[in-house]
Write a protein that binds this ligand. Structure first.
Ligand SMILES: [Zn+2]
Length: 48
């Protein structure tokens, strides 16, 4: 998942650059990483 894309699955995502974890909600646009401004994230744990 990249910053600016629509989140397809609500859950915890981890920044692939610094490892910071963010929470994303389905249907919203993914934000940039708050710590390093990274733009690529990997799903860690899906939530409802
Ligand atoms: Zn980061």
């Amino acid at each position: 998942m990249n910053t600016g894309s629509i989140v397809q699955q609500s859950g915890i995502y981890k920044c692939t650059s610094c490892g910071n974890e963010i929470t994303c909600v389905k249907g919203e646009r993914a934000p940039p990483c708050a710590k390093c401004s990274g733009t690529t994230f990997k799903l860690v744990r899906a939530t409802k």
